[in-house]
Design a protein around this ligand. Structure first.
Ligand SMILES: *Cc1c(COP(=O)(O)O)cnc(C)c1O
Length: 389
């Protein structure tokens, strides 16, 4: 059989693997410990922090989906990022991260750098000159987040990887926004892929989790060692749930994106909407790169609300089908005001530098009927318009 495609890997990993009762769906092993078959004979799994069958299956699925050599599943996306820097950076080492990265990533790297654990430079990675200057400082690691959060900026993964490798750095891509269904960073030259599996991968907003997938086996062995050492690994129940979520990943991503396209077309005709940020738009600066390196544009989008701030708050409050909440990538649609929610830890100066204005709203387009979502936006915009009449 030829190499299975992503949807097949997502659905089939671990199916019919139970040798005891031939359960079609792999059973859950909540046990914290596993017996030694005989004195001195170390089993595959001995203690769940270091390894567990459910986490093992999830790691296998994610590694195969991303075309990796191995993976370590962690208890959240942040701990995947923390595990990565803990394993590879010392006090004299430098990491380059996007200036508009996920707020929690910014807080983690910034705080640990202030403690002297390593050095960090936050760079606008779509600015070639700024990136080249940063690479001259010989970083050990480079983190990319493409598309970025919340402005969905796109950077050329293959190009940055080539330059970073010349400078002696290894590259990780935070692929949370697109998943392997729409983007495969390891195939574009990256050394690591990181996910908050909390988002699209699990997809049902009911499990916090993360993963690092590696291009080479040695890195995954090192990360597994460190994951056990610092206690960053994911639980059996979370792993079971996340693999269950992955079964429908390919189908979900298609509908997410299709609905996002309908909503984008609607937003373009709406007078209270200013600039729209989504890589599918021809005027988006990363459109051509996105077309080259992604197999889909994804369903995260942002826009500037062009009415008053009072109207913005009123609009958000009148929405029925977009919950005002952080996170993203679940079946339910969400609206977020990054400056006061996901990105508030950045502080005003960093927000401004990253281009995150008070007027910016971010949508995570869910799996409700697209017409219902558009009707909901329309009624809320209409109410906001009446506010100043
Ligand atoms: C949510 C998120 C994270 C952090 O993951 P948690 O599971 O919340 O710890 C990292 N990067 C991106 C892009 C995210 O959206």
């Amino acid at each position: 059989m030829s190499r299975p495609k992503t949807a097949t890997i997502a659905v089939r990993t671990g199916i019919e693997s139970d040798t005891q009762h031939h359960a079609v769906v792999p059973p859950i092993y909540l046990s914290t410990n596993f017996g030694f078959p005989a004195f001195g004979e170390v089993p595959k799994y001995d203690y769940t922090r270091s390894g567990n069958p459910n986490r093992g299956l999830l790691e296998q699925a994610l590694s195969e989906l991303e075309s990796g050599a191995g993976a370590v599943v962690t208890n959240c996306g942040t701990s995947a990022l923390n595990l990565w820097v803990s394993a590879f950076l010392g006090p004299d080492d430098l990491i380059i991260a996007p200036h508009d990265c996920y707020g929690g990533t910014y807080r983690l790297f910034n705080t640990r750098a202030q403690k002297g654990d390593f050095n960090v430079l936050f760079v606008d990675q779509s600015d070639t000159q700024a990136l080249n200057l940063a690479l001259e400082q010989k970083p050990k690691l480079v983190l990319l987040e493409t598309p970025s959060n919340p402005l969905v900026r796109v950077v050329d993964i293959a190009q940055v990887c080539e330059k970073a490798h010349q400078a002696g750095a290894k590259v990780a891509v935070d692929n949370t926004f697109l998943t392997p269904i729409f983007q495969k960073p390891l195939e574009l030259g990256a050394d690591f892929v990181i996910h908050s599996t909390t988002k699209y991968i699990n997809g049902h907003s009911d499990v916090i989790g993360g993963v690092i997938i590696t291009k080479n086996e040695k890195d995954s062995e090192d990360l597994a060692w460190w994951g056990n050492c610092i206690g960053a690994t994911g639980t059996p129940f979370d792993s079971y749930m996340t693999l269950r979520g992955i079964r429908t990943l390919a189908a979900r991503m298609r509908v997410h994106e299709d609905s996002a396209n309908h909503i984008l077309a609607y937003l373009r005709s709406q007078s209270l909407v200013g600039k729209i940020y989504h890589p599918s738009l021809p005027e988006h600066p990363g459109h051509e790169i996105a077309k080259k390196q992604q197999s889909g544009f994804g369903s995260m989008l942002s826009f500037e609300f062009s009415g008053s701030f009072e109207q913005l708050k009123y609009f958000v409050g009148e929405l029925q089908l977009f919950s005002l909440a952080e996170s993203l990538g679940g079946v339910e649609s969400l609206i977020c005001h990054p400056a006061s929610m996901t990105h508030r830890a950045m502080g005003e100066e960093a927000l401004e530098k990253a281009g995150v204005s008070q007027q910016l709203l971010r949508l995570s387009v869910g799996l409700e009927d697209a017409d219902d979502l558009i009707n909901d936006l329309e009624q809320a915009f209409n109410k906001a318009k009446e506010l100043h009449r």
